[in-house]
Design a protein around this ligand. Structure first.
Ligand code: AMP
Ligand code: MG
Length: 313
């Protein structure tokens, strides 16, 4: 059963991955309400719990090995479920090993630097999982949809030609390759919802008092630019899904499925990294044995010092 499930999950991750070089039309190619036939809502809690458990296990190993980092890039239009996904999927991991950064409108200081500067300041260290809730991809999404934001970036004329978006995509690809070469792996997830699902979620944010804080007037004017955002997403997927950092399009109209799919992609990434607990060398083993003997000698009369002997390697 566990074995079948692992195979299903790895096939699912494969299905969600955007093949490098593929020319994507998001609304044509990816169904926001997709779910595989073998998975039903009834077993969703159990499946997510398994994913959460695996994530916790791998994160502990990642931290112990202290060699690889994992950057999780989470994108999606307003109300696509970015916050909820982070809350549910990361619920089991040690908070010391994870950082989440939500990128908002850039500050004056951000705008005084090159466009990747503010993102590079929040990268995960080795042994850490870092989540970008929105990310450097906003530089080819919201900034593309709103030319006035680009004007605020004070770029020289040579950097704002007609090829700017292609160039930014190339620069992002190069930056991610640099990170991956350095042991900081990059996992990219686009939460894909339909316009109707966004409308329903906005209505809930307006109608339910405890959700009001999530709604801003700007959300409706952004929604009016739905097609421009879909185009920008399609361009992003077409130009920045690479061998070293591919995109995954997560069908997100069903929240329960999106969470399972995200946990499956993260688990798969960690399985591929395959972090291991460090194995002590001969000198360390000897030091451990000596420390153990000294502690054993301090045991009060009648207490066996051998209780945990199976833990000694
Ligand atoms: P939220 O995710 O709802 O908290 O909103 C964050 C806001 O910051 C969104 O409206 C984004 O469009 C905006 N934002 C994020 N990154 C950038 C960026 N690089 N340039 C301009 N606006 C951004
Ligand atoms: Mg918002």
């Amino acid at each position: 059963m566990a074995d079948t499930s692992a195979k299903h999950m790895s096939r699912l991750v494969e299905q969600l991955r955007v093949p490098p070089g593929k020319k994507v039309r998001l609304d044509n190619d990816y169904d926001p309400s997709f779910k595989p036939g073998w998975l039903s809502k009834g077993e969703s809690e159990q499946q997510l719990a398994r994913g959460v458990e695996l994530l916790a296990e791998y994160q502990a190993r990642l931290a112990a090995q202290d060699m690889h980092g994992l950057l999780v890039v989470l994108q999606g239009i307003d109300a696509s479920g970015k916050d909820g996904t982070i809350r549910h999927v990361m619920s089991g991991v040690n908070p010391q090993g994870v950082s989440v950064h939500s990128f908002k409108v850039p500050s004056e200081e951000d705008l005084s630097h090159d466009f990747l500067w503010r993102y590079s300041r929040h990268l995960p260290a080795r042994g850490q999982i870092g989540i970008f809730n929105r990310s450097h991809y906003e530089e080819v999404l919201v900034v593309r949809v709103h030319p006035e934001l680009l004007a605020r970036q004070r770029l020289p004329a040579t950097a704002t030609g007609a090829d700017i978006w292609q160039r930014r995509c190339r620069e992002i690809n190069d930056w991610e390759r640099y990170l991956v070469d350095n042991g900081i792996h990059v996992v990219k997830l686009l939460l894909n919802i339909s316009a109707e699902e966004q409308r329903t979620r906005f209505m809930a944010r307006i109608d339910m008092a405890e959700k009001n804080w999530k709604f801003s007037a700007g959300d409706v004017s952004e929604r009016a630019r739905w097609d421009a955002y879909q185009d920008a997403f399609s361009q992003m997927l077409s130009h920045t899904s690479t061998e070293w950092a591919p995109w995954h399009v997560i069908p997100a109209d069903r929240k329960w499925f999106a969470r399972i799919a995200v946990s499956a992609v993260l688990v798969q990434a960690l399985v591929e990294i395959d972090p291991r607990y460090p194995v002590p060398d001969a000198a360390t083993r000897q030091a451990l044995a000596q420390a153990r003997a000294a502690l054993e000698a301090e045991a009060p009369d009648g207490v066996s010092g051998a209780v945990h002997s199976r833990d000694v390697r």
